[in-house]
Design a protein around this ligand. Structure first.
Ligand code: ADP
Ligand code: MG
Length: 250
C-alpha cells in the first residue's frame, strides 16, 4: 500500500526519513500479518531509530578520516600470537574511551599497528564516539602551518575535540622543542576529556630519548604511557606474506 503524498510530505517536514523509506513495506506487512496499532507504531519508530543510527555512524566514520576502513573482523589473530584477542576485543567495546584511558600499540613495521588502531576507531564510531585519525607527521605539520597563518587555536581544538584521537607512527623521528610543547599540550588537555590511541615503531621506554626537553618528556610520559594499555606487537611483518618465495639454485 502506497502512503499518500500528504503523509510523505508530513514525514519530510518532521525529518522522519527512516519511516518514509520503510512505510510502504511496513504497511503491506501490517496487512499481511495483521499487526496491531501499537505493534505497527513500534516497528516504524524502530525503523527511524535504526536509520538515524546508521546515518550518524556514516558521518562519524567520514569525520574520523581513516586511511583505510580496516575492521577487527579482518585481523587474523593467529598470525600475531603475541596479541591477546580478548584484550583487543575488550578495547573494542569502547569502555577505555568511557574511562578516558589511552592505548599504545608498538612493534616492528607490518605487524598490524595501523590496522588495529583503525579497527578500534571503526568500532568506536559504531558506538557513537567521535574519532579523528591522523599520523604524527600530519598532526605536527598542521600545527606548524596553523601557527604561521594564525589558526593555531583552531587547529589545536580539532585535535582536542574528538572523544578518541588516533596518532599513527609517533616517534619515527625525534621531536623538536616546538613539537614537544604541542604534543604536551595535547596530552595534558586531553587528559580529562578524551582518549588517545598511539602507534609507534619504538617501545614507550625509548620515547623519552626522542624529546629535547626532559622535564616535559617526563610529565608527558607520566600522563600518557604510564596510564595506557600497552599492546606490544611482535614478529614478522604481515606484509611479507603472500610475497613470492625466493627461488634458490642449490
Ligand atoms: P604497521 O602499522 O604495524 O606497520 P599495518 O597495520 O599497516 O602494519 O599492516 C600492514 C598490512 O598487513 C596491512 O594491510 C594490514 O591490514 C595487514 N595486516 C597486518 N597484520 C595483520 C593481521 N594480523 N591480520 C590481517 N591483516 C594484517
Ligand atoms: Mg603503520
Amino acid at each position: 500500500m502506497k502512503p499518500s503524498p500528504n503523509l510523505q510530505a508530513t514525514l519530510k517536514v518532521l525529518h522522519l526519513s527512516g519511516i518514509a523509506e520503510s512505510l510502504e513495506v511496513r504497511l503491506d506487512q501490517a496487512r499481511e500479518e495483521t499487526l496491531g496499532y501499537l505493534e505497527f507504531l513500534q516497528i516504524i519508530l524502530q525503523d527511524e531509530v535504526e536509520r538515524r543510527h546508521a546515518t550518524s555512524v556514516q558521518r562519524l566514520l567520514k569525520q574520523a578520516a581513516f586511511q583505510e576502513q580496516k575492521g577487527l573482523e579482518e585481523f587474523d589473530f593467529t598470525a600475531m600470537p603475541g596479541v591477546n584477542p580478548k584484550e583487543i576485543k575488550d578495547l573494542a567495546t569502547g569502555l577505555f574511551i568511557e574511562r578516558k584511558e589511552h592505548v599504545i600499540l608498538y612493534g616492528p613495521p607490518g605487524t598490524g599497528k595501523t590496522h588495529l588502531a583503525q579497527a578500534l576507531g571503526n568500532r568506536a564510531c559504531r558506538s557513537q564516539y567521535s574519532v579523528l585519525f591522523t599520523t604524527a607527521a600530519k598532526l605536527f605539520r598542521k600545527l606548524a602551518a596553523a601557527k604561521i597563518d594564525g589558526s593555531y587555536e583552531k587547529a589545536m581544538r580539532s585535535f582536542l575535540k574528538p572523544q578518541l584521537l588516533i596518532i599513527d607512527d609517533l616517534g619515527l623521528t625525534g621531536f623538536t622543542q616546538e613539537q614537544t610543547e604541542a604534543f604536551y599540550e595535547i596530552i595534558a588537555e586531553r587528559h580529562h576529556t578524551g582518549s588517545i590511541v598511539v602507534t609507534s615503531n619504538r617501545p614507550p621506554g625509548d620515547w623519552p630519548g626522542l624529546f629535547p626537553d626532559q622535564v616535559l618528556a617526563n610529565s608527558l610520559m607520566d600522563r600518557l604511557a604510564h596510564k595506557a594499555h600497552h599492546i606490544p606487537l611482535k614478529g614478522e611483518s604481515y606484509r611479507k606474506r603472500g610475497r613470492p618465495q625466493k627461488v634458490t639454485n642449490s
